[in-house]
Design a protein around this ligand. Structure first.
Ligand code: FDM
Length: 226
């Protein structure tokens, strides 16, 4: 049986250097002579992605539950493509995945210092948030680029989009911490990287996790959350 390629996800907070690190990994993988495909969620190019894009740019309003399901549907749109890349031996490097989906949606439902208007709908909990992504292709490695909000702030301001606010980013970080505690086991499929270090230190550490996967895997692609 020929081996399949690994599915690698990079998650991270705003200003964690995620985009730069992804480009560095992509180049290093390519230099090693392997095929690599980069994908990114949300994929704003699909019809569902366009709805998400308009929401994120505050051009439309949607209930939090609805947005959550759209983000998940946006991943399902690409699920079979991901599997087929992996089976063709193409390494898939993915910028954000279901973990961002959970972290942002749950974070929005956490209490804030500012009183928000009461809602008739229930808050988004971890089990509710996880459900629509169940059985999506599971990453073989997820690198979470962690950065403290105060370090992120020194690196420059947040952007203009709906979620680019320090208060929300703090809550997102705490949910990511919770997801990480559930995910990190012996298998090292979930790794926390201190993104407050220098770019080269971070990319060296990341490479230490990526390199052992480059020769491919014998097992078939796993499924979230099994
Ligand atoms: N985001 C991203 C979510 O809220 N749910 C998801 O499922 C995903 C994949 O969308 F603030 C949020 C995270 C971020 C925003 O992401 C857009 P990019 O990486 O800035 O495009």
């Amino acid at each position: 049986m020929t081996k399949r390629a690994p599915f690698i996800v990079i998650e991270g907070l705003d200003r964690s250097g995620k985009t730069t690190q992804i480009e560095t990994i992509r180049q290093r993988i390519q230099n090693s002579g392997r095929d690599v495909v980069c994908i990114k969620f949300p994929d704003r190019a699909t019809p569902i992605g366009q709805m998400i894009d308009s929401y994120l740019r505050s051009q439309s309003d949607l209930d939090d539950h609805v947005v959550h399901l759209l983000f998940s549907a946006n991943r399902w749109e690409l699920a079979s493509t991901i599997i087929s890349y992996l089976n063709q031996g193409k390494i898939v490097l993915c910028d954000r995945y279901a973990f961002s989906g959970i972290a942002f949606s749950v974070a929005k439902s956490l209490p804030t210092e500012v009183e928000s208007p009461p809602s008739d709908l229930p808050p988004i909990t971890l089990p509710w948030a996880r459900a629509p992504d169940a059985s999506l292709p599971a990453p073989d490695l997820t690198l979470f680029l962690d950065i403290a909000p105060q370090v992120a702030r020194v690196r420059g301001g947040y952007g203009e989009e709906r979620y680019e606010k320090e208060d929300l980013q703090r809550r997102v970080r705490s949910v990511f911490g919770e997801i990480g505690r559930e995910m990190s086991g012996e298998d090292r499929k979930w790794v926390v990287v201190d993104a407050g270090l220098s770019l080269s230190a971070v990319s060296q550490e990341i490479w230490g996790y990526v390199e052992p996967l480059l020769d491919g895997l014998d097992s078939s692609v796993g499924r979230l959350w099994t």
